[in-house]
Design a protein around this ligand. Sequence first.
Ligand code: COA
Length: 474
Amino acid sequence: MKQDLKGFFNPKSIAVVGASKDSRKIGHAALKNILISDYDCKLYPINPKESKILGLPCYKTLMDVPSSIDLVLVSVPAHLVPTVMKDCVQKKVKYAIIISSGFSEIGNHALEKEVADIISHSSIRVLGPNTMGFKNASDDLDASFVFGVPRKGNLSLISQSGALGIGMIYLANNEFVGVSKIIGVGNKLDIDDDDLIEFFSNDPDTKVIGLYIEAVKEGRPFMNAIKACDKPVLVVKAGRSGAGARAAASHTGSMAGSDTIYSAAIKQAGGIRCRDIVEMFDMARALAGQPPMKGNRVGIITNGGGLGIMLTDACEENGLTVPKLSAQTAEKIDEIIPDLVKPNNPVDLVADAGFFRYEASTKILLEDPTIDGIIIASVHGGYARPREFTGAILKMIREKRLHETHQKPILGTWVGGKEFEELVFDLKSAGVPIYPSSWRTARAMYSLYVEGQRLKREALQKENKAKGSKKMRI
Ligand code: COA
């Protein structure tokens, strides 16, 4: 019986096989990352030549460690990995992370099969080979050899590419996207995307799941895991084009498969396919901080007509609608906008719109039952002060009660230069989803719509199930 993943991200004891005194080596970096983590666990360096590394007593082999071990990080050349894995099995280690490269990704399938055979009759769960490991930001454990500390949050990331996974940490920090856990799956010898989706589905620190994949090993379990997951799953599937598929084959040995089939299957399972990492983070920011849309009707508020039109196009092209305002709402909007414009959707507040027009119009749309989500937009057109726009959004987003009562998402978008960017920085750090592009804003809103639909389906299924079991009792 295979170990479940419950203790994988929270091991009580960790050994690093291939720990080294040499600070240029991966085994040194891995040991140091765990050591400097603000995380309470027993830590054992393993190296046949050393008695102490980084101040910790060192053991010649895993078998010499006097107590049990939950997690082993393996950082020795590939040909030594089978011996280490035999020790892991004999020592009844619960989890192992094989950092070492030199397996199926370079065509060495026989070596990977040898490791698979060694673990096949044991309960151990293995991540990799060819992986960076994981970072558990929620619990401050860094079980990887790479630098970078993610900002804490609710997005858990699964990456098939190690380098991209590392880049994602820095990009997420830059974009103010908080991360709970980030994990590199490498060659997916044992622990696969579906195992992790299932784990994150039950992880209280995870609100949104994001994946970078080049291929899945088995389609059915992957799709079933997304289907069963009660959290939004964002998927970047690379290798869309013929040339991209060729690149994936030479990168990780992945067969990218038919892109159309992937798109359809991800959609059918209830996941959201993203074009790239930036789009995934845009959506994650919205999903982690805003309520989902109950329907697809968007209300747009802008001080620039052109930006309003671009947002309308982008929304409509993404399956959302920008409906005409109801007579009642139009009447209310008419009272706050200048006489030279008529109340429409997009609501044109005119170039000199300040705090009041933004705040009052947003509140009116929040109260309108024919609107499911709101985009507030600002162009630094030379009249209006961006501070009044960002101030109005901050105030409304922070007014928890207002937000909770209406259960409608509010997203921001802007067009401008450096002065605006500095203000947007304040908004991002306060967790407000705001984007410098109408397309990106519409895509983020689309993800909130898909999530709303998913929740509706889930509620319906629960209701039908409850009805069914009631009938059974009768
Ligand atoms: N048990 C424990 N330690 C052992 C050992 C064993 N059976 N056999 C050797 N060692 C020690 C070595 O003596 C060395 O320690 P030292 O510096 O004190 O001499 C240490 O383990 C590492 O072995 P070494 O031969 O120096 O290898 P390395 O550190 O240069 O490279 C890997 C090892 C795993 C890092 C390398 O083979 C590799 O795969 N690199 C790529 C990793 C990667 O990019 N992964 C994917 C990321 S996305």
